[in-house]
Design a protein around this ligand. Sequence first.
Ligand SMILES: Cc1cc2nc3c(=O)[nH]c(=O)nc-3n(C[C@H](O)[C@H](O)[C@H](O)COP(=O)(O)O)c2cc1C
Length: 175
Amino acid sequence: MRFLAISGSARRDSTNTALLHSVRQAAPPGVEVVVFDGIASLPVFSPDLEGAVLPAPVQMFMDAIAASDGVIISSPEYVRAIPGGLKNAIDWLVSGDLIIAKPIALLHASHRGDDMLANLRVVLSTVSYRFNEELFLRLHLMKMSPDEIARTLAEPENRARVQQYLQAFAEYCRG
Ligand SMILES: Cc1cc2nc3c(=O)[nH]c(=O)nc-3n(C[C@H](O)[C@H](O)[C@H](O)COP(=O)(O)O)c2cc1C
C-alpha cells in the first residue's frame, strides 16, 4: 500500500510538510508514504499545455499519483482559501482519469484554517468520488520547527494516532 503525501505549502520549514515526513516515518509495516515536494515546480495550469507531451514536472506529478493507492493532503490556509500552488496541482488532474477514483484523505497541521478545509473538501469531493471526508487527523503544530514536529510526532500517543489514521486509510483504499 503506497500513499502519496502532498503538502500545500512550498515553505522550506513548513509545518505541513514536516508533518507528512513524520507520518512517513511512523508508517506501519505494509504502508509506504511517499512525500511529494514538487508542487512549486508545476507550471500554472492551462488547458493549452495539456498536449500529448506534458511539461516534465507535470508528468512526474501524474506518475506519482498513478503509482499511489491513495493520496494524503496536508495544507495551510492562505487568505482563507487553498494555497494557489495546491489548487494549481489539483487543476492539472481534473481533465484526466487519474484522480476520479483515487482515495483521498486530509491531515491538518494547525488549529486554524477551517475556511480552507471547507473549500478543499468541496474541491476534493468534486474531483474524486473516493475522497473520505470522515478520515481526518488534526494536530496543533503551527509555528513549530521541523525538529519540534518530529519530536512531537515521536511521542507514543501521537505516533499511535498517526498509525491508526494510516491503517484506517489503508483499509479504506482496499475496500
Ligand atoms: C500568504 C499567507 C496567508 C495566510 N492566510 C491565513 C489565513 O487566511 N488564515 C489563517 O488562519 N492563517 C493564514 N496564514 C497562516 C498559515 O496558514 C499558517 O502559518 C500555516 O501554519 C503555515 O503552514 P506551513 O507551516 O505548512 O507553511 C497565512 C500565511 C501566509 C503566508
